[in-house]
Design a protein around this ligand. Structure first.
Ligand SMILES: [Fe+2]
Length: 435
């Protein structure tokens, strides 16, 4: 047995660490060790095995709607420039000048057809081609072949406006990685033409990134306690409001909770024809009955449709949020607000108000959650949780059988209070760490 009896986690080789993970991370038994949230070596291994291997969310196509728009995004810890060139094609490049490695672009967002390196002035078109080198003829003669010095391309694919990138040239196509989960993403962002409003909000939380992913992939159980104040405010009808509905997971660690039924239609009614033209009958049926929808695309992009009462009116809002790791105990939360492009301005405004009131740095739910995320991370930090072999209990719902009569794909349970989705998340996490 590899483990604390032999050596400290810090002294383990990568092979020993993987063996130890395999021995101690036991999703099928509902047991997850605390050290995986607090150990720096696990964090480093995740970077190699997960964040440089899988597809990662980088934004929405509507964030760069015009020719020559661009934005900077993080892809697995590295800055990438996402451009929309004159031909309308969206491309991604490593944000590094190919001459001496300087960060080429330093503005978050803008509109330009080319980028000039601040170090020596090399100029690159937004399709990646190197087009200008200061004093080229004089200092290089005829020897410099600019065609070999284009920007390093990043592999990008999109699904229903959602842009993903990966550093892994051998990764399966995005559509395969998303698999059956696409059925639910259609309801989230494919139901109508969607647009992101404003730049995403960004804030730092002292939490391991997995706590956020775990919370959104399947934890509806916490809402009645952590978010108990919203019941008192009358924003939801009861403390067990979040229990009723379905918990669903698919392959590759993806999962969501669907809150149903809803006597009210939570979306702009004038868009029903658009919804019906974009969704199957079964998907529209789910949308019509939707109270809320909370999930996570593996590894770290969560999403949410929530439905709350604001100023006595029920209104839904749609958001996506990334738990971007910036350290074992620190993450940047990047939160996008999406809305139906063809909704009325009044509806868009009210939906945005509802988003700001609930999920954003000033949102009621967000502040409840981040307190919990921070304390869980602090309790998992340092050598003690490993030395004492502290574990978390993930056995909720293990006695339940999946239902067969739900219209959508995946493994479906007809109750949201279960930890089947977290077990599925950690199973895939472990598979990738071992790969
Ligand atoms: Fe929460």
């Amino acid at each position: 047995m590899v483990g604390k009896t032999i050596k400290d986690l810090k002294e383990m080789s990568q092979t020993e660490m993987i063996e130890y993970l395999d021995e101690t991370v036991r999703p099928e038994e509902g047991s997850i060790p605390a050290y995986i949230l607090g150990d720096a070596n696990v964090y480093d291994l995740e970077h190699k095995k997960l964040f440089l291997k899988t597809w990662l969310f980088i934004g929405h196509e509507s964030e760069i709607p015009n020719k020559n728009d661009y934005m900077l995004r993080d892809l697995g810890g590295y800055s990438v420039i996402i451009t929309r060139s004159a031909d309308g094609v969206i491309r991604g490049f490593y944000n590094m000048c190919t001459h001496r490695g300087m960060k080429l672009c330093r503005a978050d967002k803008g509109n330009k057809s080319s980028f000039t390196c601040p170090y020596h002035g090399f100029n690159f078109k937004n399709n990646g081609d190197l087009v200008g080198v200061p004093l080229q003829k004089d200092i290089y003669g005829t020897d410099l072949d600019k065609s070999t010095l284009g920007l390093h391309k990043v592999r990008i694919e999109s699904y229903k406006g959602l842009l993903f990138g990966t550093w892994n040239e051998d990764a399966e196509p995005l559509t395969e990685f998303l698999g059956d989960f696409k059925w639910y993403l259609d309801i989230l962002v494919g139901r109508a033409e969607m647009e992101v409003v404003g730049p995403p909000q960004r804030f730092i939380i002292h939490s391991n990134w997995k706590v956020g992913a775990d919370n959104f992939v399947g934890d509806s159980y916490h809402t009645m306690v952590t978010h108990g104040s919203i019941v008192k405010l009358g924003m939801v009808p009861s403390a067990t409001y979040s229990k009723k509905g379905y918990q669903i997971h698919t392959e590759n660690g993806h999962g969501l909770n669907l809150g149903t039924p809803n006597p009210d239609f939570a979306f702009p009614e004038e868009l029903i024809p658009e919804y019906k033209s974009n969704l199957s009958e079964e998907q529209f049926d789910v949308l019509s009955n939707l109270k809320n929808m909370i999930g996570n695309i593996f590894p770290n992009i969560s999403f949410l449709i929530s439905h709350t009462k604001v100023k006595d009116k029920l209104i839904s809002n749609t958001t996506m949020r990334m738990w971007r790791p910036v350290g074992v105990d620190k993450m940047e939360v990047i939160s996008w607000f999406l809305v139906e492009k063809n909704a009325s301005q009044d509806w868009k405004n009210r939906s945005r108000d509802s988003y700001i009131l609930t999920f954003s740095p000033s949102g009621i739910f967000e502040q409840d959650d981040t307190e919990v995320f921070t304390d869980i991370t602090a309790a998992a930090s340092g050598p003690m949780p490993y030395m004492k072999e502290l574990t978390y209990n993930y056995t909720m719902g293990m006695h339940r059988e999946p239902v067969k009569d739900f219209a959508g794909p995946g493994v479906v349970y007809d109750d949201k209070f279960s930890e089947a989705n977290q077990r599925n998340f950690y199973r895939y996490w472990l598979d990738l760490m071992k790969a």
